[in-house]
Design a protein around this ligand. Structure first.
Ligand SMILES: NC(=O)c1ccc[n+]([C@@H]2O[C@H](COP(=O)([O-])OP(=O)(O)OC[C@H]3O[C@@H](n4cnc5c(N)ncnc54)[C@H](OP(=O)(O)O)[C@@H]3O)[C@@H](O)[C@H]2O)c1
Length: 338
């Protein structure tokens, strides 16, 4: 990307859970923004987002090249079908699209990037760079540093995914249902297929022919692409839990050679974007409440897998709206302009 002092940035989906976080993080990290354009649907006409003390009006997204004239970088999070429609026009207009949806992630011409892990792939872009699935990012932040030292042969992962992973309305649904249950009122389901308050259920994405839901398939396929290693065997069980924000994951790893918990702790303590929270004495380990609003992914419960000679078990919690989405996308944008 041509070096400039400041860049024109567009956020597509600026009113959403991820989009709002993007606005916040651009401001927090002092991204050199010349002008910010905020796109959403016709439903948001008249709304505004606040950026650096000023109101930025929401513009209805149009699927035309002219909408993106003069934009350097588009940060996109309005859903896969929207990205598929507008991204080619934005690229034609000369912008680079950093896309948070699943629209292009497995496209061979589109790099899928976690800057701490495969940042070098950013330069291979042809106008679109994909931001990985949030559960994949949170898992890989914890396991990629270990994999680099001692190849991981097998991963078993169970997720505990927050309501906000399904967007702003899903968060409101958890809040409303919780109130209704406590007040003895009937619960209404609009976003999730099942009651989320005081409950948990298998991830709400579609279940494919082999019994895995789409979230589980994404975690496996995207991990292979990011690590450039299709031979790692993986199984995931993705579950939605009544937590507002931050995903947690119980991960079991099998390495090529033995790795002690002490070695793993030492590697993770030095890994970028990771905070080790592993206090056995106090029974104090990663929690979504403490991961919420944080940039770092919390990793703990690092212990031997007693059922396997070369195995380790860990527990992670990471804010999927930040590192799992908006922060990762802005880190990609920062790398683009460097
Ligand atoms: N939530 C997460 O933790 C997370 C993590 C990683 C990736 N993602 C991905 O990021 C995307 C957005 O997720 P979210 O959680 O932020 O969802 P959300 O809270 O439901 O927000 C969706 C955003 O897209 C906009 N939008 C919807 N239809 C549109 C249209 N036809 N034209 C223009 N804008 C439109 C919405 O605008 P209105 O307000 O006007 O409807 C809103 O700004 C999804 O693809 C999701 O898979 C989400």
């Amino acid at each position: 990307m041509k070096k400039k002092d400041k860049y024109n940035i567009a956020i597509v989906g600026a009113t959403g859970a991820v989009g709002q976080e993007m606005v916040k993080i651009l401001e927090e990290r002092k991204f050199p923004v010349a002008e910010l354009k905020a796109f959403a649907s016709a439903r948001s006409k008249g709304k505004k987002v606040s950026f650096r003390g000023k109101d930025v009006p929401i513009t209805e997204l149009s699927f035309e090249e002219s909408a993106f004239q003069g934009i350097d970088i588009v940060l996109s999070s309005a859903g896969g079908s929207i990205s598929k429609q507008f991204a080619p026009h934005a690229v034609k207009a000369g912008a680079v699209v950093v896309d948070n949806t699943s629209a292009f992630r497995m496209d061979a011409n589109v790099p899928l990037v976690i800057p701490e892990i495969n940042g070098e792939d950013i330069q291979k872009h042809n106008g679109i760079i994909a931001n990985p699935n949030c559960s994949a990012i949170i898992m890989l932040m914890a396991i990629a540093p270990l994999h680099r030292k001692n190849r991981i042969k097998r991963v078993i992962c169970a997720t505990y995914q927050s309501a906000s992973g399904a967007g702003a309305k899903a968060m409101q649904e958890l809040e409303q249902q919780t109130r209704d249950v406590l007040e003895g009122k009937p619960v209404q389901k609009k976003v999730f297929p099942h009651q989320i308050a005081f409950n948990l259920f298998s991830h709400n994405s579609a279940v494919t022919d082999n019994g895995y839901n789409e979230e589980e398939v994404k975690m496996i396929q995207e991990s292979h692409k990011i690590l450039h290693d299709n031979s790692i065997r993986m199984v995931a069980s993705c579950v939605r839990v009544p937590v507002f924000r931050a995903h947690s994951e119980a991960i079991v790893l099998e390495f090529e050679r033995k790795m002690t918990p002490e070695e793993a702790r030492e590697i993770l303590a030095k890994a970028p974007g990771i905070e080790v929270v592993d206090d056995r004495e106090r029974n104090y380990f990663p929690m979504p409440l403490e991961a919420s609003g944080k940039d770092k992914v919390l990793v703990g419960r690092i212990r031997r897998d007693l059922s396997s000679d070369n195995g380790l078990a860990l527990f992670v919690a990471g804010d999927q709206l930040r590192k799992g989405a908006a922060l990762n996308a802005i880190q990609i944008a920062e790398a683009l302009i460097q």
